[in-house]
Design a protein around this ligand. Sequence first.
Ligand code: NAD
Length: 423
Amino acid sequence: MKISVLGLGYVGLPLAAAITKLTNHNVLGYDIDSSKVESIKQGVSPIDDEQCGKDLKEITLNVSNESSSLSETDIFIVCVPTPVLDDYMPDLTPVIGAVTEVCNHLQKGNVIIVESTINPGVCDEVLIPLVEEKTGMKAGVDFDLAHCPERINPGDTKWNVYNIPRNIGSTSDEATTRTANLYREFIDAEINEMPSLKTAEATKIIENTFRDINIAFVNELAKSFDVLDIDLKTVIDAAANKPFAFMPHYPSCGVGGHCIPVDPYYLIERAKQSGFDHKFLKLAREINNSMPAYTVGLLADGLNEFSKSIKGTKIALLGLSYKANVGDLRQSPSLVIQKELEEKGADLIIYDPHFLGRSNVNSLDDALEGATAIVIATDHNEFKAITPEMLQAKGVKVVIDGKNCLDKASFDDSDIAYKGIGR
Ligand SMILES: NC(=O)c1ccc[n+]([C@@H]2O[C@H](COP(=O)([O-])OP(=O)(O)OC[C@H]3O[C@@H](n4cnc5c(N)ncnc54)[C@H](O)[C@@H]3O)[C@@H](O)[C@H]2O)c1
């Protein structure tokens, strides 16, 4: 079969590589971004994913940015972004664009699989009507549409495209089984056949909303425990030794990435259209969105202790990426912190080893030089190794540990004001 994967980002590229590596199907990777396509042709992964980087060295992935390359496809797999607009409204433009492109090549008997994260109803209410209108074909009769939401966690060395279980829903039970069997060819994990498209869509959304709500809970606790003078990290670690019914989540300077701070809005908005107001989910989003400003507030408090203001003070912002040891800026709270500090007139030094082009120094040593305060916004390994001695030697007075990644007790005997999030 010819399998075309549309969108070669964090989701589509590892998937296209995995199908190429472990099956005999004829795989095409298609992306509208010609620079990504060129990079993959050179065998260089444009995304930060160890497993995918290895796979691309072992295989030759057929890629193109020419839409004509999609012709004669049997199975289309859509892995394009599902962002929100500035007002947090879901933006289905990329998915609609990709599925419209599929329509230009769709033949009877083809299957369209959507891996992008979408709210319940998008397949039945938006995509199937779109395809039926553009092609004159009937879903479940002339073509099938399946949803197999991706769960990949970029940078995770244990869980990857080959071993994460999947849930699949489709236009018919028979098409669900056929789609599931394709995934069973290259995934060594459960492939669960679901009763409908809607349930498959909803499964992915609740996974990420579950994370968002739990993180909001601990972020709220962080603010409470800061005024109560209780170290929340110590409390969560202790609560986590309960062998059942507690799952630790940790507070931080904010929630980033393409999924957790985005996907809840898809459910919030769709439920609203049907008359239900998701108060709890909206509050979780509000709390998590407030954390960058809260972190800047902690910095202002720390500087106050030394009779200094943010304005005019040399502050090193360590980390731009939303998560440790990868270079990914999407929805990164660090960028919000950067903007706030710039607006408040800080003399800002920025350093992220994954984004030297956006840093204004080339090393941690240079970032610390002459800084009065540091704000750790990403727990890259390089920053986790920071010690009070290193900071004292540079004259740093205030440490804001936005990821609680340093040893708080090690600052007890220093003259440095250490502030974590909820500790
Ligand atoms: N990043 C993650 O960790 C993750 C995990 C699970 C699910 N998801 C979901 O998977 C989807 C894709 O996310 P991602 O992280 O891979 O995004 P990404 O931005 O890394 O990659 C998407 C790619 O799609 C391409 N694209 C956009 N429109 C296109 C079109 N019409 N035709 C072909 N290519 C097109 C873009 O150029 C880009 O290369 C999203 O819905 C996301 O929510 C992401």
